[in-house]
Design a protein around this ligand. Structure first.
Ligand SMILES: [Zn+2]
Length: 540
């Protein structure tokens, strides 16, 4: 899970006077919060050593999940008749021998690794050298739907692109979805667009306003081994995907007689054109590579309609967490109880409930437990590239990531459902369950791009996560918000994200029940769900 501090806002108090339970096409099998508790308790126990990718604890966790799927009656849907899909990853750690410098007009600047610059050689080689001209490309965005193109047809093949993250602003509240961060604004998009255009490297100049966080955050998250899906033979990649600190960016642009503020202003204009900086960038990337063998776990319950059973609804949750790391108060096991043993418990219980249905929904259901989410959604990315059911036959992905056991919830949150034509159905299911729907409190944070459902969206599959809102039965207003703040401050990605016997898993059972009814309704409807017209994502 990638949660930012504070989910903010308390929603309205919903109480709906009716219960639609009898209208269900498929009655849910019993969702039992006790089962979810047992799964969470085991998966987050010290025995599993924090479920690190490529560790014994990770193997134990995936073995447990496979056994639970078998006991539930879900069929193996992985490779060679197993419950597993092997996910070959490469861990890349940039080494201190890495050198990046810039020259122009007889002047030379050296950038100091970590203080000035962070970067990864995406080509997954021990060492790569490059020497290329730098071109400033604004926000590096080509977005036809907003009539925006920073490249204006300029060929940047073989160049080092220098740019800012985020997106241009405007007084028009609809421009780039207003305050909501679109995918064009995410830093990952910048590297993808650079690669599409044949660039050799992409360097983002950091500023706190454009990134939304300080240099320490960038430095901290890049100064370690990062996992990547293994490149196919001959697959192109950037020699350096990196960031420059604002000060380093200022020095770089100074070589061209420009400043950060000047180029920030220039990149706000629709008439912006790439600027050849007249600077040569010299890079020697030195990396330590390590193969990481890990796996997704997957089970299937077949649908009942001979014509539709080769199509499926996917339920997903990431099983991995951070493993063993820096000790805090003498504890080095990052148990990941909320993040994301809870999601695993929910999807396992969904498999049990679905498999127990006397009459199955028309389409099939795939129960998918992905690896390496904490390293950047890599297990779900691999699944989307190697789907076990073709994307065109996948109805939807409903994902669960960090669903806290805090009692009876009054609301759920389904950010991203509004991008799809499933929203009215989801609203109806929420009504049936007497749950309110809480809107995204922090649209500028781009939460939609930061959990595993996003890997499915990129492959064209309608997808979103099911989470809880901030209001809980019998608790003061804003209870969930305060609990999240405390969780983010004290336990998020800390060894203290541990199981507690006094947790109340009613909320997890509610999220499961909501997902169960929504998923079975989708599995039974005539047409496959789709994106709303004009959405940035679409079926491919
Ligand atoms: Zn996490």
């Amino acid at each position: 899970m990638k949660k930012s501090i504070g989910l903010a806002i308390g929603g309205a108090c919903f109480s709906l006077p009716f219960w639609f339970g009898g209208a269900l096409a498929a009655q849910p099998g019993p969702i039992n919060p006790q089962h979810i508790r047992e799964d969470v308790k085991y998966l987050s126990s010290d025995l599993l050593e924090g479920r690190g990718v490529g560790t014994r604890g990770g193997d134990l966790a995936t073995e447990y999940i496979a056994r639970q799927l078998a006991a539930a009656g879900a069929k193996p849907a992985g490779e060679d008749g197993t419950y597993f899909q092997k996910v070959p990853l490469v861990g890349v750690a940039t080494q201190p021998e890495t050198e990046i410098s810039a020259t122009a007009g007889g002047k030379k600047i050296d950038f100091k690794l970590l203080d000035d610059l962070v970067g990864i050689d995406m080509s997954q080689r021990d060492s790569t050298a490059f020497d290329a001209g730098a071109v400033f490309v604004g926000h590096g965005i080509t977005a036809p739907e907003w009539n925006w193109d920073d490249f204006k047809g300029v060929d940047v093949t073989g160049k080092v692109l220098v740019l800012f993250t985020n997106e241009p602003t405007s007084d028009d509240p609809k421009f780039f979805d207003g305050p909501a961060l679109t995918y064009y604004g995410r830093w990952v998009y910048k590297y993808e667009e650079g690669l599409r255009r044949g660039a050799r490297a992409v360097l983002i100049i950091h500023t706190t306003p454009t990134a939304g966080y300080g240099w320490e955050v960038v430095r901290g998250s890049w100064a370690r081994e990062l996992p990547y899906v293994k490149l196919a033979a001959g697959e192109r990649a950037l020699s350096c995907a990196g960031w420059l600190s604002r000060e380093a960016g200022e020095r770089l642009l100074g070589l061209a007689g420009k400043t950060v503020d000047e180029l920030l202003a220039a990149s706000e204009k629709a008439s912006f054109r790439p600027i050849d900086l007249g600077i040569q960038i010299h890079g020697k990337m030195v990396s330590h590579l390590r193969e990481l063998n890990t796996r997704n776990v997957v089970g299937l319950v077949a649908g009942s309609d001979p014509k539709l059973k080769d199509e499926a609804v996917i339920y997903s949750a990431h099983w991995d967490h951070l493993g063993i790391g820096t000790p805090v108060n003498g504890d080095s096991i990052y148990n990941g109880a909320i993040d994301n043993a809870t999601g695993c418990g929910i999807v396992l219980e969904l498999a049990r409930a679905w498999a127990a249905l006397p009459a199955k929904p028309r389409r099939s259901a795939l129960f998918l437990f992905v690896t390496a989410e904490e390293g950047g959604l890599k297990g779900s990315e691999y699944y989307a590239q190697h789907p076990l059911i073709p994307a065109a036959k996948t109805a939807i992905d409903l994902n669960f990531d960090a669903v806290p056991p805090w009692g009876r919830a009054k609301q759920i949150s389904i950010g991203g459902a509004e991008r799809t034509d499933v929203l009215p159905l989801a609203e109806n299911v929420a009504k049936r369950l007497q749950l309110g729907i809480q809107p995204d409190a922090e649209p500028g944070q781009g939460h939609y791009f930061r959990s595993d459902h996003f890997s499915f969206a990129r492959a064209g599959i309608p997808a979103f996560s099911i989470d809880l809102g901030t209001e809980f039965e019998g608790k003061p207003a804003g209870y969930g918000m305060r609990m999240w703040e405390e969780y983010n401050r004290l336990h998020y990605h800390h060894p203290s994200d541990e199981y507690h016997e006094n947790w109340d898993f009613t909320s997890d059972a509610q999220a499961a029940e909501f997902g169960f009814i929504l998923g079975s309704d989708i599995a039974n409807q005539d047409k496959l769900p789709d994106w709303r017209p004009g959405d940035q994502f679409h079926r491919q």
